[in-house]
Design a binder for this molecule. Structure first.
Ligand code: ATP
Ligand code: MG
Length: 200
């Protein structure tokens, strides 16, 4: 009998910090696409994101580990944080493919907005050979036709919560609570390390 191929979700992000919106999106896509595992891949140390400094990769990595530890189907990969330079999705997918071998199908999960950017930066055909792309739209934010090429992309509406990392950082900076927006262990890690306290 032919062995079933492993279906591996890949959730890339800055995760500064990881929050329940990310976790719900991953869980929902895993269920809809019958994924065996979702690997969260924190980005490498990106110089800047917009005009702010991004927290150290080790902090973002550890928060992602804390947030996903209780789910047997979630894991975290260091491929992007251990590679020098800015993170490009094509490298993430190539590295994971090399690491996991040929019997694995990759499903790259990302926000539909981010997806439109990724596909405009890279040669879409090459990306589509490496993975199927799943763009998550949030309810009430129906995406205008982003001009995705045929095939290779699915759009799903996840019951995403109106949570963003930006809002979490601003709350910590302002002394407002982030309980229940991010997992408890991540709240405690943020306070322990003093993240976002002085700089949003
Ligand atoms: P920031 O506010 O700093 O931009 P973020 O909340 O968008 O952070 P990222 O780490 O940039 O978090 O996001 C990683 C991926 O998760 C992106 O593809 C993003 O579109 C998606 N995402 C972020 N927040 C949500 C959410 N609430 N629901 C579903 N997907 C989300
Ligand atoms: Mg964002």
């Amino acid at each position: 009998m032919e062995k079933r191929r492993t279906r591996l979700g890949v959730m890339g992000g800055t995760f500064d910090p990881i929050h329940h919106g990310h976790l719900v999106a991953a869980s929902e896509v895993a269920s809809l696409f019958q994924l065996d595992e979702v690997v969260f891949v924190p980005t490498g140390q990106p110089w800047q994101k917009g005009d702010r400094r991004v927290s150290p990769a080790e902090d973002r990595y550890l928060m992602t580990v804390i947030a996903t530890a209780s789910n047997p189907r979630f894991s975290v990969s260091r491929v992007d944080i251990d590679r020098d330079g800015p993170t490009y999705t094509i490298d993430t997918l190539r590295d994971l493919r090399a690491e996991r071998g040929p019997d694995v199908d990759l499903f790259f999960i990302t926000g539909a907005d981010a997806l439109a950017q990724i596909l405009s930066w890279h040669r879409a055909e090459e990306l589509f050979q490496l993975a199927h792309f799943i763009g998550c739209t949030r309810p009430g934010h129906k995406l205008e036709d982003p001009g995705f090429p045929d095939g290779g992309v699915s759009l799903v509406e996840v019951p995403a919560l109106a949570i963003s990392s930006t809002d979490c950082r601003e709350r910590v900076h302002a002394g407002e609570p982030i309980w229940y927006l991010v997992p408890d262990g991540v709240v405690q890690y943020i306070y322990k390390r003093g993240l976002y306290r002085d700089e949003v």
